[in-house]
Design a protein around this ligand. Structure first.
Ligand code: TYD
Length: 208
């Protein structure tokens, strides 16, 4: 068995992560990688309860409270799911991780980036994904896709200027960590997005 990698998927709401996730897992399983699929906020019993609170639009909270809850869920997620799986040599595919906190709480809500960096260091030490696939779409397209599929949650109900800031923060982060974060143009037709993802995954499978 290959030694596992930690892969995260990121993007604004409606960027198409979920569609890609299903077949990324299929591709890895086809080549015999043991995979653990998980998500943030969530992935553990406590994290899933925090997720319910974080996505509930009847609840208001200070942006820093929101950031703290995201990192609290993440601490639990690392301890109970991510690190044990990696230790066993499994591949961990997480629908979002800490780049989302920098994008949504940092960019979107304006939480101080230095404070987020302290939380990141505190929560993760040196643990970072081996690869982050950032699905980039124009805000209008993301919002259009979300409105077609579901009732908006506490984040999805935000206005387009919020998502513009989230997108800018994601792109800044991708520029800051170009070796880890790969930008995928998710406004392209599905098969082209899939081909771009496949190329990156085959490369990591080949070269580690
Ligand atoms: P998402 O993963 O997109 O799930 P769904 O596809 O079911 O809507 O939703 C989670 C929301 O949480 C998303 O709007 C982004 C937000 N989020 C943050 O604001 N900060 C974070 O650190 C994480 C992990 C998520």
């Amino acid at each position: 068995m290959r030694s596992g990698k930690f892969i995260t998927l990121e993007g604004i709401d409606g960027a198409g992560k979920s569609t890609q996730l299903a077949w990324i897992v299929q591709l890895l399983q086809r080549v015999d990688c043991a995979t653990v699929v998980t998500r943030e906020p969530g992935g553990t019993p406590l994290g899933e309860q925090l997720r319910v609170l974080l996505l509930d639009k009847s609840i208001t909270m200070h942006p820093e409270t929101e950031a703290l809850l995201m990192f609290a869920a993440r601490r639990e997620h690392l301890d109970k799911v991510i690190l044990p799986a990696l230790t066993l040599g499994q591949w961990v595919i997480s629908d979002r991780f800490s780049d989302a906190s920098f994008a949504y709480q940092g960019g979107g809500r304006g939480v101080n980036i230095q404070k987020l960096a302290i939380l990141e260091q505190w929560t993760q030490d040196s643990v970072q994904p081996d690869l982050t696939l950032y699905f980039d779409v124009p805000v209008e397209l993301g919002q259009q896709r979300v409105s077609q599929i579901k009732n908006a949650d506490r984040f999805e109900q935000e206005q387009s200027d919020f998502f513009q800031r989230v997108r800018v923060a994601y792109r800044d982060r991708a520029r800051q960590f170009p070796h880890r974060i790969k930008i995928i143009d998710s406004s392209l037709p599905l098969n082209e997005v899939k081909a771009a993802v496949e190329k990156i995954l085959l490369n990591i499978l080949k070269h580690g």
